[in-house]
Design a protein around this ligand. Structure first.
Ligand code: SF4
Length: 252
């Protein structure tokens, strides 16, 4: 089931502290020999049951991680940020992929209407302050949506380049233990997973989009080269901030 929830700029639920027993180095050693599927199974079912959330953009590569999640527990909470500026094809793809995979807890999260009315009444904030626009439309809604969880699974990969080139499989992000199960996957491995599982592609991929975000800030990136080259074209911005602005307080 997919639900849509606008959220306020204030945290709805104060986040609880991470369990003090989590030792990132010990956990890394424990999980490092595991395959991607084994890692996800261990995290979702065994180590942190009921405390794990997945974020996805329903973009060009999202189906691979979501397919793995669905095979382990289709009721795993999945958070999707609808900024109000997504391509119609992304929303259609979300609905068809959710049905195809049988995911039952996809939470579509929207920015707070009051925040947009106050800070972006003309809807052009992305043109003169994209960082603030991403803050309002992505970071704040995400912080609220993640507040009830301890472990955050993301679909980023090293081959995306930039800061992602050194992405670990396991890291601490603010108060969250963050798992990047596909960090080591190559572009070819993603393509193989699509083929082997007969996963439907995002409809914009065939039009040259290799990374798909909001329509005012995304252009086709063409074939080859930096896979996120089509994001924020003509600007030095390369990340929206949800993975670079550490969330709330650090665990002790
Ligand atoms: S990607 Fe562009 S339109 Fe989307 S939230 Fe960021 S600045 Fe705004």
């Amino acid at each position: 089931m997919s639900t849509s929830t606008p959220v306020s700029s204030e945290l709805v639920t104060p986040p609880p502290p991470l369990p003090p027993a989590v030792n990132i180095n010990a956990l890394d050693r424990l999980l490092s020999p595991l395959t991607t599927e084994q890692l996800l199974r261990q995290v979702i079912l065994d180590a942190f049951p009921g405390r794990v959330v997945v974020t996805t953009s329903f973009g060009a590569e999202s189906a691979v991680l979501l397919d793995l999640i669905a095979g382990i527990d289709p009721a795993t909470p999945v958070v999707f940020l609808d900024t109000g500026y997504l391509f119609a094809q992304t929303l259609t793809y979300r609905d068809s992929l959710v049905r195809h995979l049988g995911l039952t807890d996809v939470r579509t999260v929207a920015p707070a209407p009051d925040d947009l009315a106050r800070e972006d009444p003309q809807g052009d904030l992305h043109k003169h302050d994209p960082n603030r626009c991403c803050r309002l439309r992505k970071e704040i809604p995400l912080e609220n949506a993640l507040a009830g969880f301890d472990v955050w699974i993301s679909g980023r990969k090293r081959f995306h380049g930039g800061d992602r080139g050194a992405l670990p499989r396991i890291e601490v992000d603010g108060r969250y233990l963050k798992i990047n199960p596909l960090a080591e996957w190559s572009e070819a491995a993603i393509a193989r997973a699509f083929a082997e599982a007969s996963l439907p592609p995002h409809p914009l991929v065939e039009h040259g989009f290799s990374s798909i975000g909001c329509f005012p800030c995304t252009v086709p990136s063409g074939n080859g080269g930096y896979s996120r080259a089509g994001r924020w074209p003509g600007s030095d911005k390369i990340e929206c901030g949800i993975h670079t602005t550490k969330t709330t307080q650090n665990p002790s």
